[in-house]
Design a protein around this ligand. Structure first.
Ligand SMILES: Cc1cc2nc3c(=O)[nH]c(=O)nc-3n(C[C@H](O)[C@H](O)[C@H](O)COP(=O)(O)OP(=O)(O)OC[C@H]3O[C@@H](n4cnc5c(N)ncnc54)[C@H](O)[C@@H]3O)c2cc1C
Length: 137
């Protein structure tokens, strides 16, 4: 599933699920969550575009690490938000959202965990590693 599909499916659910005689999307808490999802998606997408453009210029290390961190954190947050909007359907295995959330959590780990991406970014920002770490003299 692509990121765009996540928000499309969540918006469809928000516009069709009736609770308390109204669509759940008419509740501000739900509509604001959808806005947050869109904002995170857009910010991450722009970082990916910037990293892609930097490859051509040969200065990709920092924007690539930032884009991987931003994209995987956004994917996990958007996935959890999509699950919340689906209520129990977002949790049980009969519907696709639950599997997508598990896949999104994997993106925080593979190809360099978010913690390790931050180590890379800190080093590229010129932040010196600790002299007191094990093995250093
Ligand atoms: C879905 C999925 C697909 C994968 N695909 C591949 C693949 O195709 N090829 C492949 O080789 N591997 C793959 N992996 C393995 C993945 O690269 C490792 O799981 C990842 O590097 C973390 O290693 P670990 O599981 O041993 O966790 P650990 O290294 O034990 O990490 C545990 C925690 O400690 C933190 N941590 C560890 N070291 C540091 C550090 N130096 N600084 C700060 N924090 C640190 C981590 O961020 C994490 O929060 C995949 C993993 C997943 C979940």
């Amino acid at each position: 599933m692509r990121w765009n599909d996540w928000s499309t499916i969540a918006i469809e659910r928000a516009n069709s699920r009736i609770q308390f005689s109204q669509t759940i999307g008419s509740f501000q808490a739900v509509s604001h969550r959808l806005v947050d999802m869109e904002m995170r998606l857009d910010a991450a997408r722009l970082q990916v575009y910037r990293a892609t453009a930097a490859f051509g210029a040969g200065r990709a290390a920092l924007p690539a690490a930032m884009a991987k961190l931003a994209a995987s954190e956004a994917l996990a947050a958007i996935g959890i938000d999509a699950a919340r909007i689906h209520g129990a359907r977002g949790y049980i295995t009969e519907f696709e959202v639950e599997r997508e959330v598990r896949d999104a959590l994997g993106s925080l780990v593979y190809a360099g965990t978010s913690d390790v991406q931050k180590n890379t970014i800190a080093a590229l920002m010129g932040i010196a590693p600790s002299r007191n770490r094990p093995g250093s003299s």
